[in-house]
Design a protein around this ligand. Sequence first.
Ligand code: RIB
Length: 306
Amino acid sequence: MERKKIVVVGSSNIDMVARVHHLPKPGETVGNARFLQAFGGKGANQAVAAARLGGTVDFVTSLGNDMFADALTEHFTKNCIGVSHIHRSTENPTGTALIFVADNAENCIAVSPGANAELTPDYLEKFKETFDDAAIVVMQAEIPYETICRVAEYAHRKGVKVLFNPAPACHIDDSLFKIIDILVVNETEAEYVSGLNLMEYGIPLLAQNLLNKGVKAVVMTLGVQGAYLATPDECGLVPSYKVTAVDTTGAGDTFCGALAVGSAEGDLNINHLRFACAAAALSVTQEGAQPSIPLRDEVLAFMENH
Ligand code: RIB
């Protein structure tokens, strides 16, 4: 049987966003902010992106004991995402992200994990059958690190590819490096997980350092410069698409979701990065993490016109 299913194991948040002229400095109050609320969380964003971009997705997450849990479950279902492995906390609220987005589209984010912290290694017992027909598991770092390791080990044993996006940046043990098939990092995360300075080493050497740790493919997202792929057989830079950015929140997640769709269908290659760059470019032209994630046809049309 051909396996194409994407299992995303990760966080769900409610994003509380203040649109501000500029990001506040420590001690500064920035007035006249415009408030908006949207569904977010790196796991949920990547699950929604993978589903809108053509993937078959099962989402494993933990929601709170509040009104957001039903709304999120309905939203995931509307996006054709499998919701049968979602945990409902009786003790914690749904995760919350406090986000500032400036006029120049840059952001800064603080996350309160809430129910996301309940996605413990033991919970794997409740959803491990989803890996029986999965092609790839996709994880980020807004759930406990022990869970990421346990899921990666299990998926690897089952022949399921492991895509890990260590965001927010986190330490990665040697044993985890060795079972990651695709590591997706931005510049900050690349420096953090390698312990190397990007200016000093440059992109190719830093990526090679990560390959030497046992990762099978490294993808570095480089903002307006595009994205870089490094595997033992292929290296290359995909330039970014030029767009007018209004909000970069969730662009990296859209990229990861798009990459997961390509990787679920076959070996990762440079064309998958082109598709992911196009999806991420479209996402920054709209506000909000999940509201801005495009559909597959929109991305394909955009690629044809650019
Ligand atoms: O990557 C963007 C996401 O980071 C936001 O949606 C927010 O919830 C935080 O998790």
